[in-house]
Design a protein around this ligand. Structure first.
Ligand code: ZN
Length: 105
């Protein structure tokens, strides 16, 4: 058998190369070639395209407003600029009116 490291011809029963002493019992490593890369990248690209159109079709079946891309600002008040949003504020009762007219005590 031929040594994969130095090309030295060795006996078929040899366990190590007699020139470079490489272990001949280890099988040669596999390296992907250009065809493997093209096929693998093609599969990944096809899966990404299928996933995109699948998710787009699935989102169109949802009711409004979940099927739209741009989320209305009413649904995300914490994203409003210049206004601080505290979730617990929405749970509080509205402040009582300062001047109540026509309410006898
Ligand atoms: Zn060798």
């Amino acid at each position: 058998m031929k040594c994969l490291n130095c090309g030295q011809e060795n006996k078929d029963t040899a366990k190590a190369c007699r020139k470079c002493s490489r272990d001949l019992t280890i099988p040669p490593a596999w390296f992907p070639d250009a065809q493997w890369h093209l096929r693998t990248l093609g599969i990944i690209y096809a899966l990404v395209v299928v996933f995109y159109f699948g998710v787009s079709a699935a989102l169109k079946t949802l009711p409004r407003p979940y099927n739209i891309r741009k989320i209305p600002i009413e649904m995300t008040p914490w994203l409003r600029k210049g206004e601080k949003f505290l979730p617990e504020d929405s749970l509080k009762a509205p402040p009582p009116a300062a001047e109540e007219t026509g309410s006898p005590r």
